[in-house]
Design a protein around this ligand. Structure first.
Ligand SMILES: Cc1cc2nc3c(=O)[nH]c(=O)nc-3n(C[C@H](O)[C@H](O)[C@H](O)COP(=O)(O)OP(=O)(O)OC[C@H]3O[C@@H](n4cnc5c(N)ncnc54)[C@H](O)[C@@H]3O)c2cc1C
Length: 429
């Protein structure tokens, strides 16, 4: 058992960890930064939706980790098992400990299919699939879907990129449409726990129009609680009496073609031929059990940070970015792009003996809503669901309209910017 010490320790070398390290080295060369991560590969997860739609090669979403750990950083290829912020140290699976002056938490989150009854047993089988879990299996499963009910859904728990299940529904409906099968033998049903299908205008209105034009059946306020894979049934608790706009709970099913039954204890049951879903997601157990996590309330188990400075309120030398933190905005790589420089500036200020800077994270996040095989609109928003726009992009394009140029951005532009700019600490501030 060895004990090491580094000035700055980053836990996780995913989007958040690499962006923080790279951005820090761009601002100051002589930093002593260690990054702890056991993974051989770094993944560009935003393209997994396209992989599921048969429009992107999975192999292109993963690259060797060693190519992206900044060359001045020390890579500790191990797994954190315990956090000890009182003693400024983390414990590793190997038994070693690593001490720090500053800690950045960025281990992401974990999929927890076991939290929906029956899901863990049937994931990847019986027509049940998820781009969050296995994008290749999702593609293979969805490609076979030609008739019956295609159910696209998720439970009432926090998700990373919560727009992804909707995007997969759009890609599938577009494929079926091109084959002449949509609403001609094959139905696409989007059943979701919320009262509206997207929270930010004008994207919300446009998405409702698209749903109507395509004839996607919408089920508002449907929270998935159980999956019976062998019998191809999904069970729902209805979370609200009506959709938030006062419209019907079920939309675009005028002839009542989607048959539902009800169990004795009031659960709605929908039969499916194929079911794409997002599994419940949680912070890792060792994060949940640490003193850095919220101990109660709606954010219980997620890492506690100030939503503007990304600093832990109880341990001022500890910061967090990415999927593991609780801030009231969508968990995305786009959010991390704006969180990471805030964390870097604040740590550098503390190192210099100054206080936290005025550089505040405003909740920026974005959702590239792929609505078909060659078009996309880009929803950008911040805290309070307020619409925001990238100043450069909005000069050239109205991102609330579906465009082929935006599709090119999603398929080619954003991956290029991710690998070559963001992971090098550029195009962030
Ligand atoms: C299907 C899908 C579609 C998405 N679409 C978009 C999109 O269109 N736009 C967008 O901006 N975002 C999108 N996202 C979200 C985006 O990919 C994530 O928000 C982002 O990758 C989170 O970064 P992170 O650093 O928090 O976690 P990750 O990138 O997941 O990295 C976490 C790292 O921590 C490491 N780790 C885990 N446990 C430990 C441990 N015990 N010790 C040390 N290291 C550990 C892991 O090996 C991993 O390398 C999508 C995600 C998915 C799954």
């Amino acid at each position: 058992m060895a004990s090491k010490k580094h000035h700055i320790v980053i836990v996780g070398a995913g989007s958040g960890g690499i962006m923080v390290a790279a951005n820090a080295f761009r601002k100051r060369k002589d930093l002593d930064i260690a990054i702890i991560d056991p993974a051989e590969y770094h993944y560009y997860q935003p393209a997994w939706t396209l992989v599921g739609g048969g429009l992107y090669d999975y192999e292109k979403t993963r690259r060797p980790m060693e190519k992206y750990i900044p060359k001045h950083a020390k890579w500790i290829k191990d797994k954190v098992t315990e956090l000890d912020p009182d003693n400024n140290q983390v414990k590793l699976a190997s038994g070693d400990t690593v001490s720090y002056d500053y800690l950045v938490m960025s281990p992401g989150l974990e999929n927890r299919p076991d939290l929906v009854e029956g899901l863990a047993e049937t994931m990847g089988k019986n027509g049940v699939c998820s781009v969050y879990v296995d994008p290749i299996n999702a593609r293979e499963t969805l490609e076979k879907f030609k008739s019956g009910n295609g159910l696209f859904t998720f439970p009432d728990t926090p998700l990373k990129c919560p727009g992804a299940p909707q995007k997969v529904a759009y890609l599938t409906s577009d494929r079926l449409n091109r084959l002449g099968l949509l609403n001609n033998g094959a139905k696409v049903i989007y059943a979701f726990p919320g009262g509206i299908c997207f929270g930010v205008e004008p994207f919300k209105s446009r998405l409702y129009e698209i749903n109507k034009e395509r004839g996607l059946v919408l089920k508002h306020a449907y929270s998935l609680v159980k999956i019976d894979g062998p019998n191809k049934k999904a069970y729902y608790k209805q979370t609200k009496e009506a959709n938030n706009d006062g419209g019907p709970i079920t939309m675009n099913d005028p002839n009542n073609e989607i048959k539902e039954t009800e169990t004795e204890d009031g659960l709605k049951v929908i039969d499916f031929d194929v079911c794409h879903l997002a599994p419940p997601q949680r912070a890792f157990k060792w994060v949940q059990e640490s003193k850095l996590a919220h101990q109660d309330g709606p954010d219980k188990g997620w890492m506690k940070v100030d939503q503007f400075s990304m600093q832990n309120p109880d341990y001022p030398n500890v910061f967090g970015v990415g999927d593991t933190v609780a801030v009231p905005t969508a968990r995305t790589g786009a959010a991390i792009r704006k969180q990471a420089p805030v964390v870097v500036d604040n740590i550098l200020a503390l190192i210099d003996g100054k206080s936290i800077t005025d550089h505040k994270y405003n909740g920026y996040s974005s959702c590239p809503l792929v609505t078909g095989h060659n078009r996309m609109l880009l929803a950008e928003f911040g805290y309070g669901g307020e619409r925001m726009s990238d100043p450069l992009l909005s000069k050239f394009v109205d991102t609330s309209k579906e465009k082929y140029s935006m599709w090119l951005l999603k398929k080619y532009g954003l991956p290029f910017i991710y690998w070559n700019k963001m992971l090098k600490g550029k195009m962030m501030d």
